[in-house]
Design a protein around this ligand. Structure first.
Ligand SMILES: *Cc1c(COP(=O)(O)O)cnc(C)c1O
Length: 381
């Protein structure tokens, strides 16, 4: 069903052996030996020469990391700053947003993003979507033209289901209307093409790019970055510090940034398009194998171009209990997504299965068998 191709083999060989089956890349992928070595090497260098001297010495690696992120997001290296993750990136952007605070996003927007929008005083309105939660660009054109928000926020691939949004089409529409587009690429980067010309792109290291935890990035096109209002230090203080640079003027885990830079480099070396194609094939294979297993129903259309399979439980089954059973009894790791992840779209918790390029048909069959057992074992009588 899934051939063990060269990419699968090299990706697997570059990492420690899995204890069990890892089906949780949408939460946190497995790092490579090289990434882990770079991270620990940086910590060692800090101990040898001092943390700030080591940070200076890491400048070329970090510059390469920024350039690699820029290549994947159609930005320039100078547009990219490191953050501690996606949520942090969105908060930095919205807390410095100039002018009116209105935005449009899909009703299935990520719950924690909605919280960041609310905390920054944004008035949020829904974009028109179809039954799968996908933005209908033609309908959006009318809505956005008649009442343009200050920005459109699009989560390219959601956390609670694996459908791909029309990121390129919506970005083109918004460009024509003069509305800035902000792309949440936390799940999208690695799975779908994010080099679509969005004004802002942000993402996380640990998901599909398989970098360390606790690091991410924010990329803002220069003309928009110039209009952001610096918050720290306050804009009216006469300090010669650009807004984007001010985002990095906080304490940071430089070792994690070094590891992330290496991971993005590895991703580019593997071939971003090759990885995307492989992940799409894996998603299709997993969905056709798993749909109907022990009464679980697949949410995505078979041919969504992502590796995520979302499963709706049969009546009386709790995804969280099944997830725990799978970890405890089979060392199989998945995610149970609660309604809070997409409070205006999810109607009940779901189980998310997200293998990376190294998954085998045997792994998926093993999971399907374990899912039957877990469902029987955790059914509420
Ligand atoms: C994980 C995730 C985030 C948050 O990323 P962090 O790095 O944990 O802050 C935002 N959006 C989506 C779609 C995600 O999956």
């Amino acid at each position: 069903m899934i051939d063990d191709d060269g990419l699968a083999r090299s990706w697997r060989a570059a990492r420690p052996e899995v204890a069990g089956v890892h089906l949780d890349s949408a939460a946190c992928s497995r790092q490579s030996f090289a990434v882990m070595a770079a991270t620990s090497q940086h910590a060692r260098h800090e101990a040898e020469v001092g943390g700030y001297v080591a940070a200076e010495a890491a400048t070329p690696v970090l510059a390469a990391g920024r350039a690699a992120v820029a290549a994947l997001t159609s930005m320039s290296a100078a547009d990219v700053v490191f953050t501690t993750g996606s949520g942090h990136a969105l908060d930095l952007l919205l807390s410095t947003w100039p002018g009116p605070r209105t935005l449009a996003c899909a009703p299935g927007e990520y719950g924690p993003n909605l919280a960041v929008m609310a905390a920054n005083g944004f008035d949020v309105r829904p974009l028109p979507v179809d039954g799968a939660g996908r933005v209908v660009v033609a309908d959006a054109a009318e809505a956005l033209e008649s009442a343009p928000p200050a920005l459109v926020h699009l989560t390219g691939v959601a956390s609670h289901r694996g459908g791909a949004q029309p990121v390129r089409e919506l970005t083109e529409l918004c460009r024509a209307l003069g509305i800035p587009v902000v792309l949440d690429a936390a799940q999208a980067l690695g799975q779908i093409d994010c080099a679509v010309g969005a004004d802002v792109v942000y993402g996380s290291s640990r998901k599909w790019l398989a970098g360390p935890r606790g690091v991410g990035f924010l990329a803002v096109k220069a003309d928009l970055a110039d209009r952001l209002v610096r918050r720290l230090p306050p804009a009216q203080w006469q300090v010669p510090l650009a807004v984007l640079a001010s985002f990095e003027h906080t304490e940071a885990n430089i070792a994690a940034r070094v590891g992330f830079s290496l991971a993005v480099g590895e991703h580019l070396a593997a071939g971003a398009a090759t990885v995307r194609a492989r992940l799409g094939q894996i998603g299709a294979a997993a969905r056709s194998l798993l749909d109907g297993t022990a009464g679980w129903q697949v949410v995505e259309g078979a041919d969504e171009p992502t590796a995520i399979t979302t499963l709706v439980p049969p009546p009386g089954t709790e995804p969280a209990a099944v997830r725990q059973w799978l970890i405890t009894n089979r060392a199989i790791v998945t995610t149970a997504a609660e309604v809070a992840r997409a409070p205006f779209e999810l109607t009940g918790p779901v189980l998310r299965v997200s293998p990376h390029v190294d998954v085998t048909t045997t792994d998926l069959h093993q999971f399907a068998g374990a899912l039957e057992e877990a469902t029987a074992a955790s059914r509420v009588p």
